[in-house]
Design a protein around this ligand. Structure first.
Ligand code: MG
Length: 455
């Protein structure tokens, strides 16, 4: 894939990722990318990793490249991505680099860049780094100015203090709640047990030791990977189950009855209470998010703004529009009072606070509207994608339409989103409605419509 000016793309939606020691992610790539990042960023850079076995290798190579470009480095060791971001935000740094492949299987690793303000690097910033990487137009500093690396262990206590400062600790510690926590052997094991300790509630942990072989289960917080947590909770006495992904920027919840809450549920619940707390306000999420989010927000006097897919896009829109909350349906929740990025430990603290103040998680979930979804796709040649989009938009002139990313048409009882794939010659059709049949009907209707336009 290439960007609009023809430069081959290196960064995906969440940094540069690949199987370790393949050409996509080896130490030579890490070194060269380090030189590009070091040339792009100005000032000292914070570095951290998740728990993967290849972290030291990738980090060392990337660090050497950055130091060659004159960057001083502060190495935080194994930390959740949001903990590093909080330190970047709170200090005077040129940015941050996290060696992580988030939720990918153990053979993967990745390099992710954080902007000087602590948010995920914008697409524009990544493109500038990509151009430097390909042109090899690196800053090579003189011998006196080669960068140095020092270690620091202040990021985690600072991060935990930050979360506590925006959390009702008294209410939580006075509550009878008990928590079960599964860190999936990821970086969250360095933070969330300590956080729960400080919140003063009883808790039990699973897979809390960071271990890049992921002996417990893989690090994507899917229902499959939540089985152990749910099984553990079935012994009884737990009010909330918490499951992090590998770098603990995302959190998925299990209620006291052992039901797995998909990410749209926690997004809607947290959004609802953010609006209640702020007397309304704006919530930002991506255009594919469930209508349950909009319902939960409007019932608390707030409004929803939709963006294209990608957490950096959500975070920046929140910043520009002074939003009270935002996030994605994959368990990535963003709390502006803390920082403008997905924050797994913050999400855990907030959900505990919500349950402590409002009754059981299953009841809160049951009060949040539910919709059925249907997904389908159809072939579409790349050169027809634009025509299809404009025809769909014309056809829906009388309806409420959102064209942030593809064409989303809202109906009285649901919506449909038709979106061309960025990488394949297909159109994806995604619908939602109050019944399974209706959701399928809407999606099928639009699939046929797209087929008809292509001719
Ligand atoms: Mg992650």
């Amino acid at each position: 894939m290439t960007s609009e000016d023809g430069v081959p793309r290196l960064f995906g939606t969440n940094g540069v990722r690949g199987v370790v020691n393949s050409e996509e992610m080896d130490c030579m790539l890490a070194l060269r990318l380090g030189m590009a990042i070091g040339t792009f960023m100005k000032g000292a850079v914070l570095m951290g990793t998740d728990a993967r076995t290849s972290n030291e290798m990738i980090k060392s190579a990337c660090s050497a490249g950055m130091m060659a470009a004159g960057r001083d480095l502060v190495d935080l060791g194994v930390v959740p991505t949001p903990a590093l971001q909080y330190s970047v935000k709170g200090g005077n740094f040129g940015g941050g680099v996290v060696i992580t492949a988030s939720h990918n299987p153990p053979e993967f690793n990745g390099i992710k860049c954080i902007d000087a303000d602590g948010t995920e690097m914008s697409r524009e910033g990544e493109e500038r780094i990509e151009r430097l990487f390909h042109s090899r137009d690196f800053a090579r500093t003189g011998w006196r100015d080669v960068g140095h690396r020092r270690c620091s262990d202040t990021a985690i206590p600072r991060y935990i203090d930050g979360i506590l400062s925006v959390t009702d600790v008294e209410r939580i510690s006075a509550s009878p709640l008990r928590v079960a926590l599964d860190c999936g052997n990821g970086a969250g094991g360095r933070v969330t047990p300590l956080l729960l300790e400080k919140l003063g509630i009883p808790y039990s942990t699973l897979n809390a030791d960071p271990n890049g072989a992921f002996p417990g289960h893989n690090s994507e917080p899917t229902p499959e990977n939540a089985k152990d947590l749910i099984e553990f909770m079935s012994q009884g006495g737990f009010d909330i189950g918490i499951l992090h992904d590998g770098d603990a920027d995302r959190t998925i919840f299990v209620d006291e009855k052992g039901s797995y809450l998909y990410g749209d549920r926690s997004l809607a619940i947290a959004a609802h209470f953010a609006c209640l707390k702020n007397g309304g306000g704006l919530v930002v999420t991506t255009v594919g998010s469930s209508r349950c989010v909009e319902d939960a927000v409007s019932s608390a006097g707030g409004e929803v703004m939709y963006t294209r897919v990608g957490s950096p896009i959500v975070a920046r829109a929140m910043m520009e529009n002074n939003a009270v909350f935002g996030g994605e349906e994959n368990g990535g929740l963003i709390f502006p009072e803390m920082q403008y990025c997905r924050d797994g430990a913050m999400a855990a603290a907030r959900m505990i606070e919500i349950v402590a103040a409002n009754g059981s998680l299953s009841e809160i979930n049951a009060r949040t509207p539910f919709y059925y979804q249907h997904k389908t796709k159809t072939a579409c040649p790349d050169d027809k994608k634009k025509i299809v989009l404009s025809r769909l938009q014309e056809d829906a002139a009388d309806d409420r339409v959102d064209t942030t990313d593809g064409v989303k048409v809202f109906f009285e009882d649901g919506w449909v989103l038709a979106r061309p794939s960025g990488t394949e010659p297909i159109f994806r059709i995604f619908s939602e409605a109050a019944s399974e049949e209706r959701a399928k009907e809407i999606a099928e209707h639009y699939r046929k419509k797209v087929v008809g336009i292509i001719g």
